[in-house]
Every structure is written in C-alpha cells, then in structure tokens.
Design a protein around this ligand. Structure first.
Ligand SMILES: C[S@@+](CC[C@H](N)C(=O)[O-])C[C@H]1O[C@@H](n2cnc3c(N)ncnc32)[C@H](O)[C@@H]1O
Length: 386
C-alpha cells in the first residue's frame, strides 16, 4: 500500500507539482524566481528539482581567483598568492635550473620562453604577475600603446594583457627601473598599461617593512581595471633582526679571527644595517686598485660583515658563492649566512632547494620578498579589486 500523499512517479518535476496540488501548500521556495528560503529539514526534496543558487557570504568569500606566474623564477610570487588563496593556472620561466626547482616545489613545469607564448593557449585568469628584466625601449614614439615596447620582454607581457584582459596586473622590478633610461622606461610601462585600460599605481617597497630582516627595495606596479590600488593601505610589519632568522645548528662556515677586522663603535644605519667590520681576504689584493682590497669583486661594494642585531643588505643574484657574512656577538664569531638562512630572509619557508648551491644563491637573489607580494595580494582583496 502506498502512503497518503505519495506520488506514483519517478520524475522529480512531476513529483514537485503533484505535491503542491496534493498538499495545497505554496512552498517557501520559488524555484522559478531563483530565490530560496532554506529551512534545515524542510523542503529538501525540492532541491532535487533544481539546485538553489549559491549562498554568498560577503565576509567568508572563498577565493578561487586564478593567476598566471610569468618570469616565474623559483615561484616566490606564486607562494605569496597561493597563501592568499589564489590559484596558479599557468607559469613561464626560461631558465632550466629554475624550471627544475619550480617543478620540485609546485609539481608544475613552467612553459619556457615567454616571447613564444600564444595567449590563446593560456587558460583564463584574473591576475597576471610578472617580474620581468628591465630593458630600454628602442622606439622613440610615445603614442603607439604597447607597440612602443616592441622588442622588449615587457612587450610580451603587454601582448598577453591586451589579449586576455585580466582584472589585475602585478609587476615587480628592481629599484633602478625608476631611473632607467632617465625615467622613460617606467613612463612607457605606465602609459602602455593605461592605454590597455588600467588604473596604474606603483611604489618602492622595502622587505624590511614587511617582517624580513633584509634591506631590499623593489618597485611594485599594480594595474587594475576597477580603480587605483592604494599602496598606503598595505599592512607594514616591524623590522626584525637577522638573529631571529638564524638556524640553531648547522654546518656553519666560521671565519678565523685573522680573516676579518672589526671596527670600533659600530652604529645602526637608518636602513637597519649594523656594519661591524670587513673581511681581510688576501686573494682580492691581486689586480685591485689601491685602497679597494676590502671591496668585493662582484659588486664593487665593501665585502662587509653585519651584526645579527640589525638587518642584512639586499641578497644579490650575482653572489653565487654566498659570501654573506654576519657577526654573532653572543658567540663572538663571524660566519657565513647559510643557504637556508638566505631563503628565510626572503620569506621562503620549507622550500625544496635546488641541488647546486651556486644556482640556488642566484635564484634567491633573483627572487622576490614573499611577504611584500602577500601583503599586496591581501590588499587586493580588501580593496575589492578582483
Ligand atoms: C627577476 S626574476 C623573477 C623571479 C621570480 N619573481 C621569483 O620569485 O623567483 C626574472 C626571471 O625571468 C626569467 N626570464 C628571462 N627571460 C625570460 C623569457 N624570455 N621567458 C621566460 N622567462 C624569462 C629569468 O630566467 C628569471 O628567472
């Protein structure tokens, strides 16, 4: 025997109408108007007819925003954006060592040469990120939009932006971009983005304002289809000391006291660096100009030793031997910063490192201070730019 009110038909639609007629009830749910009042335990059968629209929680919004990681390096930008819940759908990196370590960490092999990418083959995305090398623009015209940038890697970034029209573009570059070609390079980049329909803002940001003990300034450009990104709303974090980022134990390369000279009364500079001395390396004396023997041949800067009670200078990409020396006043020794510590002062945690130290130093120096990019990504959400 069938119970009263049971409907002898399998089709959920017919079931639904029969139930209204049989029970004489007007349901709370109007599936045709697409508005649903859901009461737990009630009306569940109506959902079989048509799923309700997703309930939106403005404050608990889940971000499935997609981004692409161009000039990906070892994926510093990707880590930052993924920490904010964004999803990487495409990456490009030409260097084979970077590609290998990228794959090791993200299980993705980046596409190779950026200049060969046909935008049609890139999946849909909302955010484009790129830390491209800065090159002078050869064409003198100013009114040709992104054609002004032809022959440069930025041209290829602009080409993808033009075709894919992402909501947001985040670009990172060296501080020198501001002065490059008497400021013309930056000007053309901004003009090009504006011509492509973006509100463009940029700012020099220092890693030491974002919780890292490194004096590292980089220019960040944020271009949005909606409105200007406000850099002044970025959450700054007090500058920590190098000593907060040191490994407790390891195979430390400690210098003999005869290998360095400590200065009297070291003082903290406004940048947070505390220069305490320099290395007396004999080898550098050969072929070096008088009074410059304490200068590193790589950067032509003093081969300095810094106190662990301050910050560290920028980790450069050219220093492939990792000659970064710190003075530990508690243990009273000078030692080399370990590779792992270099990763840490860029914001990398538990990163699967590359097997060749020289390449790793290069990769870290070329990478990005992760907390800066993460702070930008967080603000992109707060400022409703996606
Ligand atoms: C400044 S680094 C960017 C690093 C990256 N943001 C990170 O977190 O590691 C620039 C990268 O662009 C890559 N690159 C240069 N020319 C390229 C090209 N034509 N196609 C793809 N990648 C390229 C370099 O190999 C380098 O790793």
């Amino acid at each position: 025997m069938m119970p009263v009110g049971a409907i002898p038909c399998g089709c959920p639609f017919i079931k639904f109408f029969c139930r209204i007629v049989l029970m004489g009830a007007i349901p709370d749910t109007n599936i045709f108007m697409n508005t649903t009042i859901y009461e737990p335990g009630k009306q569940r059968d109506l959902w079989e007819c048509k799923p309700p629209p997703p309930i939106s929680h403005p404050n608990k919004r889940r971000y499935s925003v997609k981004f692409i990681d161009l000039f990906a390096g070892i994926g510093g930008v990707r880590i930052a954006l993924e920490k904010e819940g964004f999803k990487c759908v495409f990456s490009s990196e030409i260097n084979k060592h970077c590609r290998m370590v990228y794959e090791k960490n993200f299980k993705d092999v980046p596409y190779g040469d950026m200049t060969k990418i046909n935008p049609v083959n890139i999946p849909e995305f909302e955010i484009l990120t790129a830390g491209f090398p800065c090159q002078p623009f050869s064409i003198s015209g100013h009114k040709k939009g992104f054609d002004d940038t032809r022959g440069t890697l930025f041209f290829d970034v602009a080409r993808i932006i033009d075709k894919k029209e992402p909501k947001l573009v985040i670009l990172e570059n060296v501080k020198y971009l501001i002065h490059h070609d008497k400021g013309r390079t930056l000007k053309i980049i901004i003009k090009t983005l504006e011509k492509l329909g973006y509100y463009v803002s940029y700012q020099l940001l220092n890693a030491n304002n974002f919780g890292l003990p490194q004096n590292r300034e980089r220019i960040f450009i944020v271009a949005s289809k909606i409105k200007y990104f406000q850099f002044d709303r970025l959450k700054k974090i007090p500058t920590p000391k190098i000593k907060d980022f040191l490994d407790e134990k390891g195979d430390f390369e400690i210098l003999e006291p005869k290998e360095y000279t400590l200065i009297d009364n070291p003082k903290m500079q406004s940048s947070g660096l505390i220069f305490v001395g320099y290395r007396n390396k004999k080898g550098w004396k050969k072929g070096v100009r008088p009074n410059t023997s304490h200068l590193s041949r790589v950067h032509h800067q003093p081969n300095r030793i810094y106190s662990i009670n301050g910050t560290h200078p920028t980790i450069p990409s050219q220093e492939t031997s990792g000659r970064f020396f710190i003075y530990d006043d508690e243990n009273q020794y000078v030692r080399k910063l370990t590779l792992n510590e270099c990763y840490k002062i860029m914001g990398f945690e538990n990163y699967k490192q590359y097997h060749l130290a020289a390449e790793s130093y290069k990769q870290i120096g070329n990478s990005v201070a992760i907390p800066i990019v993460q702070a930008i990504a967080k603000e992109v959400k707060n400022q409703s730019l996606i």
